[in-house]
Design a binder for this molecule. Structure first.
Ligand SMILES: O=C(O)C(=O)[C@H](O)CO
Ligand SMILES: [Mg+2]
Length: 251
């Protein structure tokens, strides 16, 4: 059975960040992720995770914070210097938090030069942090217009081109359904590259129990593929987070 993590940027937002770790543990999650943790000192976050007994599974890189910033710039040709310094900051946070994965966000960009820069930045980052697991995640163009990485085949090609053992695919089932209309078939195509999974109901991006994705079937498929990583709940709760956790296995 895969392990389940709660995305603390989106779940338990009824509480201050420091209290979300314990709330996630109490609800039955054994891991947590925070999209952009950089507004809070890493030591403080690490204390919260340790006290609650949850593992830090993932953080995003760059940008520096969640409020109003762009969704990354690793594929933006004029931002390579900034990418490198912000990646180093993400690495320091990941080390302090003992985070399993760092999600490298491409940002809005298009064309051949963006592809070249993204590959170059990813090569640099995988060499800079040979012991870190880095991921890239296709985001659907309805929610994230103009985002460079918006297709699963494109992501698999980029991972192959970078050719680093510590770079893999972040498979968000919500985005997969939005992009391809068939999350199960997409999973079958790319499962070998997947390092991390995120889930939400589709459409709407609410609880995994609502919408067209059959999550019990998806979890069975994932398990049958031999996936042993995390599945992270990354959705906007319809109401109070605690009231919408019926989908979580083993509760
Ligand atoms: O949008 C998503 O699905 C993500 O996982 C991004 O990291 C959010 O910034
Ligand atoms: Mg996601």
């Amino acid at each position: 059975m895969p392990r389940f993590a709660a995305n603390l940027t989106m779940l338990f937002t009824e509480l201050p960040m420091q209290d979300r770790f314990a709330a996630a543990a109490h609800a039955g999650f054994t891991g947590v992720e925070i999209l952009f943790p950089y507004d809070i000192a890493a030591k403080e976050l690490a204390r919260g995770a340790i006290a609650a007994g949850v593992e830090m599974v993932l953080l995003n890189c760059p940008p520096p914070n969640w409020a109003g910033g762009p969704r990354g710039f690793a594929a933006q040709p004029d931002q390579q210097e900034r990418f490198r310094s912000d990646f180093d900051r993400a690495l320091r946070f990941a080390q302090a938090l003992r985070a399993t994965h760092i999600h490298v966000m491409a940002g809005t960009a298009q064309g051949v030069e963006a592809h070249r820069v993204f590959v170059e930045n990813l090569r640099w980052a995988t060499e800079r942090a040979p012991h870190a697991s880095l991921t890239i995640e296709p985001l659907n163009p309805t929610d994230m217009p103009g985002y460079f990485l918006n297709d699963f085949d494109q992501a698999v090609e980029i991972i192959a081109e970078v050719g680093a053992a510590n770079l893999g695919l972040q498979f968000d089932a919500y985005h997969a359904q939005m992009i391809t209309g068939d999350v199960a078939a997409t999973w079958q195509r790319v499962a070998a590259q997947v390092r991390h999974i995120q889930i939400a109901g589709c459409p709407g991006r609410h609880e995994p129990g609502c919408g067209v994705i059959d999550y019990p079937a998806f979890f069975a498929l994932v398990e049958a593929s031999g996936y042993r990583g995390w599945i992270s709940a990354e959705y906007e709760p319809e109401n109070h987070t605690e009231d919408g956790l019926d989908w979580l296995p083993r509760r």
